[in-house]
Ligand binder design. Sequence first.
Ligand code: FAD
Length: 478
Amino acid sequence: TALYLVTAQSLRLDDNPALAAAAREADHIVPAYIHDETRPRPTGGAAKWWLHHALADHARDLARAGAPLVLRHGALLTEVEKLVAETGARTLYLQHDPTPGMHAVEDALHHWAEENGIVCRRFGGHLLFDPVEIRTGAGKPYSVFTPFWRACIELGPRAPIPAPEKLSAPDNMPATLSLDALGLLPRGVDWTGGIAATWEPGETAAHKRLDHFIEAGLRGYGHDRDFPALEDGTTTLSPYLRFGNISPRRLFARLADIAAMEPALAQGAAHVQRELGWREFCWHLAVAKPDLATRPIREDFTAFPWHEPDPADLKRWQRGQTGFPIIDAGMRQLWQTGWMHNRVRMIVASFLAKDMLTDWRHGEAWFWDTLVDADAASNPANWQWVAGCGADAAPFFRIFNPTLQSAKFDGTGDYIRRFVPELANLPDAHIHEPHTAPAGVLHASGVALGRTYPLPMLDRSMARARALDAYQARGTTP
Ligand code: FAD
């Protein structure tokens, strides 16, 4: 009998090297998911909702294949010890978790297994490559994306492997907790309605979404990906990738197949692959810099005078009450649906870290708790990228102008109207900057600034000058 450890990054049957090896090598398999709250960084609220439903989906798929999922709650090593004692398992299979801090946990497991005569086998699967495979000529991790991705493409990811056809469980299956007992869903007020209405977690849904995107969105991806109002402008696969409902190798390979069959789709396919490259790059950084979520990568930003925010100001940003419609639309999309379009993530993050001059770590923490795709690598790496202190980052002095961004990427205001309905009747010309609209237009549109919709929370030209001063002075403040 083998114990196959299901993780919160491997919730799939397809292209799952650890599961495939267990199915090939062991007579019987006990798949077990251990919910360990002592992980280096506890999962955020919205991501826990996804985890609950993706576990339910994966449990159904495993049971159908022949090996029902066992659920446990507690410290990983303690629970593994118990499961080994209960099942007599002699081999452990798991997908390696590259999350900072998890290496030590897995090493402890490995060590314990060795001491107890148990074979512990770790496999890749969360990434296209093992981060140590991709190194500069000098044998170092990359800190610039373009040469990193070139090296990845040159090496080429291995082909994905199919799901095992059949799994066989032992007669003496250990007891399992109910899914509800893991406590992943909110206990008090249920705030998950908007998330549930938007998403269908799980492996089958991931492939369904990909099929639909290939039909409806792939051809226009290069252009449409910047327009947040477009339903199929991007894949929306990020939470599926985060939880391993689909593997990056499967996605990469599907895109390569499509490109080979339909030349008209090749450009879009290569572009999505390149975005997957950014995901890979973020993990590359997280492995090289385990304190990515707390410490600027660029040394000259360690003394940057970012503020501790006024709690009321931070709340206005979090709840989409800044008085800048594109920002408010983005923050409300996040709050309601657990996801935000990439273009808008960049605008709201720039606003927090530059216009509000608030420590980007506050924004990172809010995203961590509210995104269904909250990811230990992509979230901090992108926050650092926008804040200007990351690897290969946007220069600090390039400060997004929310009004210009809004006019360019949401010209007719469809995205704003969807998430900021109190502005829905404003004409296109004024929807990006209601506080400059003539009183008559506001009145006719039912907008009373300061009452139905807030006035801007800051003066942008002053904020911009303040940010640039802080940038000039960085490193000189103790
Ligand atoms: P697509 O455009 O369809 O791209 C396909 C896939 O490529 C995505 O699913 C994702 O896995 C990957 N990808 C695309 N852009 C990026 C990027 N910039 N960095 C890393 N991977 C990328 N992404 C997360 O998955 N989790 C996060 O916690 C996260 N936090 C972010 C925070 C900020 C401040 C910013 C600016 C970006 C963040 N991103 C994060 C990256 C990006 O916004 C999302 O991956 C993307 O919006 C997901 O939508 P999609 O699946 O439709 O993307």
